[in-house]
Design a protein around this ligand. Sequence first.
Ligand SMILES: NC(=O)c1ccc[n+]([C@@H]2O[C@H](COP(=O)([O-])OP(=O)(O)OC[C@H]3O[C@@H](n4cnc5c(N)ncnc54)[C@H](O)[C@@H]3O)[C@@H](O)[C@H]2O)c1
Length: 332
Amino acid sequence: MKVLVTGGCGYIGSHTCVELLEAGYEVVVVDNLCNSKKDVIQQIEEITNKKVIFYQGDVCDYALLNKIFAHHEIAAVLHFAGLKAVGESVSQPLRYYRNNIDSTLTLLEVMIKYNCKNIVFSSSATVYGTPKSLPIKEDFPLSTTNPYGSTKLYIEGILKDLYISDNDWNIAILRYFNPIGAHKSGLIGENPNGIPNNLMPYIIKVATGELDYLNIYGNDYDTPDGTGVRDYIHIVDLAKGHIKALDKVLSGSGIDYYNLGTGKGYSVLELVQTFEKVNNVKVPYQVTSRRPGDIAACYADPSYAYDKLGWKAELGIEEMCRDGYNYVIKNK
Ligand SMILES: NC(=O)c1ccc[n+]([C@@H]2O[C@H](COP(=O)([O-])OP(=O)(O)OC[C@H]3O[C@@H](n4cnc5c(N)ncnc54)[C@H](O)[C@@H]3O)[C@@H](O)[C@H]2O)c1
């Protein structure tokens, strides 16, 4: 069975392609490489010993999507393509709205044309805004504090309206917590250019000497050691969650929402200390003031995904730290 993976060369998409191929799906990828490299396709093929059909292009390109759907009988789409840097979305809101929403509308229109009504969408825990309590459940109120988060919330709304208009759709909306780590092979992973937006890539750049020290934004939060607490999830566990969600969608699920997290929060200091221990490296840091918009703690209640999809995260924080570093060291 063929599935289309938009943004399949990116961090989460590439790991999901590996799991899809290993689960026996045929994979078609469309990616414009705005935040990834084409080599990733070869790496996926090397890990799995299977072929990927690759189209370089934009998901906003209606003609290209038509061509893909005309050539391949696509049973379902996993829609990862999108811009994801929160800070950048504040300075370039129109670019974020145009890319993330236009690509989704174009994709959905072409899916309707080819009568493919099964989709797994990459949403984010950011749609919970500042949660009223912890752990976060899927039925918590939704709000956002930046254009990136708004694109996720709007797309969730578009998908819901689409489902209301036509109950033939099967839609899984996955709200990711904080994916880190890399595939064990060290062939695919995450190593952004420049100053990273997220903590783990930042820690890795300090460990490799590319950056001098880590900035920890605030150690006076109401958490056990004062630093921010987040729900980190191994990227391979997250990728496996997509296979379960896809299976559910293909079985005729209607629309549903799932938190993909571990349910356990780790502080910035705990993550740094674990990283130092398992990789036997030093990560110098300095504490600076809180960042506006940051919340003290955020972690999932992942029990709904377990009940409905039979999925739960299995890998721990040590594997996340070890595999994430291994990828960068191997590819330096
Ligand atoms: N990484 C995270 O922490 C995180 C958390 C929550 C949600 N998400 C969401 O998950 C999805 C995947 O995230 P990721 O971390 O793999 O990001 P990524 O940037 O590594 O991957 C996204 C991929 O989509 C491609 N892309 C972007 N716009 C495109 C377009 N218009 N047409 C074709 N390709 C396009 C990029 O080139 C890239 O390869 C995104 O939608 C992101 O918002 C990510």
